[in-house]
Design a binder for this molecule. Sequence first.
Ligand code: NI
Length: 260
Amino acid sequence: MLFDTHAHLDEDAFSQDADEVIARAVASGVTTMLAVATTVESSRATISLAMRFPNVFASVGIHPNYAVQAQPGDWEAIEELASSSKVIAIGETGLDRYWDHTPFDVQLEYFRRQIELAGRCDFPFIVHCREAEPDVVAVLREMVGAGQLKGIMHSFCGSRATLDAALELGLHISFAGMLTFKKNIELRELAKSVPLDRLLVETDSPYLAPQPNRGKRNEPAFVRHTAECLAEVRGQTLDQLAAITTANARRLFRLSDVLG
Ligand code: NI
């Protein structure tokens, strides 16, 4: 029983066969998926997918690389969509100095807004971080206030310092296909040290499929390979690792409130 906490099921890559992709995931034990949005349009699409499938949930938000395209009214639309019944997270948000499509001050503005909205909704926010680790940590520290943050470092592939800071601030750490790539020895070393109750797995479909499907279109069913790798690294069985990460996700997203 696995939970894919990050899949872009609304993207063009799945426009022809989303139903089959979701059915394949369920058949291979991926009982729950979070369809993650990147724009207002995509937020509407993830919600309509989630409405069609009982085991698909939705996030709403504006990705840092798309914030540059945001129109007047888009932010208000995100705030409104956040109250749809199957929305359980905000994002993906974060910072990206690699593509740098969006002026950095605009990225910062949307990142802060989404953390704030997530807090207001009691949802986790989903952090995309590319070549911006110190900047992401600085924003998280600025936003943490008195308590802890409720968020996810998605497709984590950062440094020990970033991992430690994110954990200290209360975030969960989600591993994707890159964990399984042969060369990523240090990443597997870091994955060993994440507290059990903060671990999540995801695909980031349709991107970066795990071994042995590297190079193919990624899909939620493949989350098993990342979970297997994580289980092996941590000296657990796949069943143990799956049960723990799924329980973590359900608790983080408060799904027991929804699913019983
Ligand atoms: Ni993503």
